[in-house]
Design a protein around this ligand. Structure first.
Ligand code: HEM
Ligand code: HEM
Length: 184
């Protein structure tokens, strides 16, 4: 009844989901830490934020490619029409932000003349856009707003998953976990 690949996500989709979820929440906390740090520590935390952000970009592109090639479980009929539409919209916005936020961050940093140190393994150069400090700052401003929107959507997404699992008792959470019973 709850065979993998039928009414729950595949193990690959689960691994991508939870790895990226942890990385995004960590990257948000790292950005906050940078924001409140002393000048010397700020550079360290921003370095971590950029390298982890690019890692999230790579994982998200792989996740999307994998998703295009592999079907995902249908939403159960117990969901109201508006719930299906809301869940789908939030999922699409997540993918847009998972790709758009790091690219925007990279673009903004490039226009400010920066590059990205990938934890000492190699340096990712700035995108070939030339220096444009004002535009760069504006893009980073948009990036911050996008990041904040993502946090609110994550809260909504978690509330939705918990509401379905513990209020409607339809086992939604277990669609993304390798145990438990998912109801159709
Ligand atoms: C999915 C990946 C990412 C997420 C979720 C994310 C999220 C955020 C958030 C929420 C902030 C606002 C922090 C605050 O003001 O307290 C921020 C700031 C920033 N991010 Fe990202 N970011 C990501 C990737 C990147 C990447 C790849 C870069 C650059 C290569 C980058 C560069 C920056 C910069 C320069 C700031 C501004 C810091 C400041 O001036 O306070 N981000 N990011
Ligand atoms: C923190 C960042 C998170 C992001 C960016 C995220 C993103 C996503 C995305 C894009 C999907 C749709 C997957 C697809 O169909 O391709 C999804 C599904 C799901 N997520 Fe998350 N998620 C996050 C955190 C969480 C957390 C903390 C929970 C648990 C409370 C959770 C529970 C679920 C569940 C149960 C599904 C399947 C929903 C369904 O198909 O009805 N997610 N998530």
């Amino acid at each position: 009844m709850t065979a993998i690949g039928q009414n729950r996500y595949s193990s690959v989709a689960m691994i991508f989901h939870w790895l990226i979820a942890i990385a995004v929440i960590a990257n948000w906390r790292i950005a906050e830490a940078a924001h409140h740090a002393s000048k010397a520590d700020e550079a360290f935390w921003m370095g971590q934020h950029k390298a982890l952000g690019i890692t999230i970009l790579v994982l998200s592109v792989l996740r999307l490619l994998w998703r295009f090639a592999n079907p995902v479980p249908a939403m159960p009929n117990t969901y109201a029409k508006w719930e299906k539409a809301l869940a789908r919209t939030v999922h699409v916005i997540f993918y847009v932000l998972l790709i758009g936020l790091p690219i925007g961050g990279w673009l903004g940093v490039s226009m400010l003349g920066g590059s990205i140190d990938m934890w000492g393994m190699f340096t990712l150069p700035g995108l070939p856009v030339g220096e444009a400090k004002d535009t760069g700052k504006a893009i980073i401003g948009l990036h911050k707003t996008g990041g904040e929107i993502m946090i609110y959507l994550i809260a909504l997404h978690i509330l939705g998953a918990l509401k379905h699992t513990f209020w409607d008792k339809d086992g939604t959470l277990y669609k993304m976990l390798p145990f438990g019973t998912v109801k159709r």
